[in-house]
Design a protein around this ligand. Structure first.
Ligand code: URA
Length: 430
């Protein structure tokens, strides 16, 4: 087999066979296919696309390039959730304990943040002592003992994706639906869960800016999952303004606890987290209808069972569970400074990307992959889209340790005299 023929076929709009795709992916991971040929094929895929069969072959090739997690010794349908990433998105911290409290094993591998979006693993690092990098054995034990396991990716998972992603990054080939699909789904399939709920974010603060693009990505990931026999569902959710009231690692842990203790129940963050949890219960076989699943979620929160599971999970994984009830045990910034409204009116838009970048510049996120985080810093959002604000009123509070970041750019917030109807958080389900 010659890489030249694969590149030529795709350049002319043809279809690659599963054998050809496996040859390329294996060769890219082992170093027997030169980078320039992989880069040329990536560009051809960007222009010509791939059908579901090709995308599945690419996904499986990447999955099989490294370690795979075997969760078959854990009874029940293991359910995972993936979000394409947003500012203030701490739904994983909320839904994990709920799903586990409802008896469905919840097994999630999460990432670290880069740029304006935070990573779940970084948020958990704010809890003193909590282990965020588990061996496969400890991941399984956590799942068996607490019903919940969440860790940074373990072992050598999908090295072919790492290799190809690095090439995509420098060849302007990241934005390709089949390449994104294979990259995400290969990691999810290697993670060993039986079912998956996808939260595909859509809007100014997300990877996918338009509903059309978000829908195409969601359909592609669902098609690949189903073609592989996985039970899978996608929600397309709005990511324009930040999700919830907190941005920053320790602050986001506090907000997740507040939601699990029943506070802010009518917020988009609570509604989205509870709905994702309900969808996971349905896929996990614990509820036949959405109404029943939502009722079980509400009971798990109201009874305190979800919070008990959160405490048990933190303690089992070496963390100080007292920090979930006594926030003074979590990292705290030494100073606060308010950002005030320059005019009065109704908030029509907040650019979540600007706030994500500000939190990053304050030390709460990474501009480059080796940056060390300040876990206590971040932003509290007092007024969000749809709210009325008076001139001089605090819209945000910066929790900082001396680094305030650059001033927010003009246009980060849109305040107008007329009221702004609240846009729905859920755009579509697939
Ligand atoms: N996230 C991934 O893991 N891969 C992509 O290609 C894009 C986003």
């Amino acid at each position: 087999m010659r890489m030249y023929d694969l590149i030529y076929t795709k350049k002319m709009g043809g279809k690659l066979t599963p054998e050809q795709i496996a040859f390329w992916v294996e060769g890219a991971a082992r170093g027997t296919v030169p980078d320039e040929q992989s880069a040329a094929l990536l560009m051809a895929i960007c222009w010509r696309g791939m059908d579901v069969e090709e995308t599945l072959a690419l996904t499986l090739g990447m999955r099989d390039s490294g370690d795979r997690v075997d969760l078959s010794s854990v009874p029940g349908v293991k359910v995972d959730k993936h979000s394409t990433g947003g500012v203030g998105d701490k739904t994983t911290l909320i839904l994990g304990p709920i799903v586990a409290a409802c008896g469905v094993p919840c097994a999630m591998f999460s990432g670290r943040g880069l740029g304006h979006t935070g990573g779940t693993v970084d948020k958990y690092m704010a809890v003193p002592g909590l282990k965020v990098e588990l061996s496969v054995e400890d991941f399984r034990k956590s799942l068996l003992e607490t019903g919940f396991a969440n860790s940074a990716q373990t072992g050598d998972i999908t090295p072919a994706d790492r290799k190809l992603y690095a090439l995509r990054d420098v060849t302007a080939t990241v934005e390709s639906i089949p390449l994104i699909t294979a990259s995400i789904m290969s990691k999810k399939l290697a993670g060993g869960s039986d079912a998956l709920v996808l939260d595909v974010k859509c809007g100014a603060g997300a990877f996918m800016k338009t509903l059309d693009d978000a829908r195409t990505l969601a359909q592609s990931m669902v098609a690949v999952g189903r073609a592989h026999g996985m039970n899978i569902k996608a929600l397309i959710t709005r990511m324009a303004e930040p999700l919830g009231r907190a941005i920053g690692n320790s602050l986001e842990v506090m907000e997740s606890v507040e939601i699990l203790k029943g506070l802010h129940g009518d917020s988009d963050l609570a509604k989205e987290s509870f709905r994702l949890a309900a969808e996971m219960l349905i896929l996990g076989g614990a509820a036949p209808t959405l109404a029943e699943a939502e009722q079980r979620v509400a009971q798990a929160v109201a009874s305190g069972k979800a919070m008990d599971t959160y405490r048990a999970w933190v303690a089992f994984n070496g963390g100080d569970a007292r920090a979930l009830d006594d926030f003074s045990l979590l990292p705290q910034a030494a100073h606060t400074q308010d950002i005030l409204a320059e005019e009065g009116g109704y908030i029509h838009a907040i650019d979540s990307r600007c706030l994500g970048i500000l939190a990053m510049e304050m030390g709460g996120g990474r501009a480059s992959k080796d940056d060390v985080l300040d876990l206590g810093v971040g932003l509290t959002i007092h007024r969000n889209v749809g709210d009325r604000v008076e001139r001089g009123e605090a819209i945000l509070t910066q929790h900082h340790n001396g680094k305030l970041g650059n001033p927010l750019p003009k246009g980060w917030i849109d305040i107008r005299p007329e009221p702004c109807p609240k846009a729905p958080w859920l755009l579509e389900t697939i």
